[in-house]
Design a protein around this ligand. Sequence first.
Ligand code: THG
Length: 279
Amino acid sequence: METIVRSKTQEVIISPDQPTRIIGERINPTGKPKLAESLAKNDMSRVISLATSQVESGAAILDVNVGAAGVNEVELLPLAVQAVGQVTDLPLCLDSANPAALRAALQVYEGKALINSVNGEERSLEQVLPLVKEFGAAVIGLAMDDNGIPSDPAARLAVAKKIVERAESYGIPREDVMIDCLALSVCADSTAAKVTLQAIQMVREELGVNMTLGASNISFGLPDREAINDIFLAMTIAAGVNAPIVNPKFAQKAVLISDVLLGRDEFAMNYMTYYRSQK
Ligand code: THG
């Protein structure tokens, strides 16, 4: 099961047989008031520096999200995509809940993008899947629907299955659908991590598709978030996530070590290369 995404010049293969691919989360104004402020002024300098720093920290794909108060996403998302394209050739993950903004970004993106995201709601399926088909993109399907995020792992699997099957009915191969089983803060609900891990295992066994996860959500509200994120990330990779959306600066080591331990880094070559570069 290979999900392939491309820029103009680079191809990234997401597969259980490949190293884990980091999708860099940091081009996102959530919790970054200065980025939100500069986006509202059409100033792309912060977007560009966040792109460059994440490339240096080992991201394979960059998530681009410009959703903030005072921002017209239809206008800004394509501008951000073009700005990022000036400093890196990594494939992009276009992150918006607004189908018009996704369309505008897809029109300027050269390559095969990863659309973030569709969910199990009829409205979302009907608006986003035709875009995925029209532009030959790949898509992230969130395991949630009109009733929110199910608290039962089997119900998250059922939403994931519905998304994969609906995509196929539009002529989108299941290889081009990645599932996000969704992580919620373990601070608010002590079963949150366990439910997500169970859902990931079920999707791997029942659907066999590739999986992403916005793993940093797990630690909201707790101290030492980076330590929690790293340990949870390793658990999710062992369960089946192969392209997490995380801060690459913190996640790179946990990802490389998980791959060594899961037999996805022969002779620990990738880990040794990283280790030498840190000296
Ligand atoms: N699944 C999918 N896409 C997603 C998410 C998901 N996209 C958005 C989000 N969740 C993943 N991206 C982020 C981006 C930033 C943060 C967390 C997840 C974050 N920001 C810091 C804060 O809020 O304190 C800011 C700190 C910083 O990075 O500078 O934590 O779940 N498919």
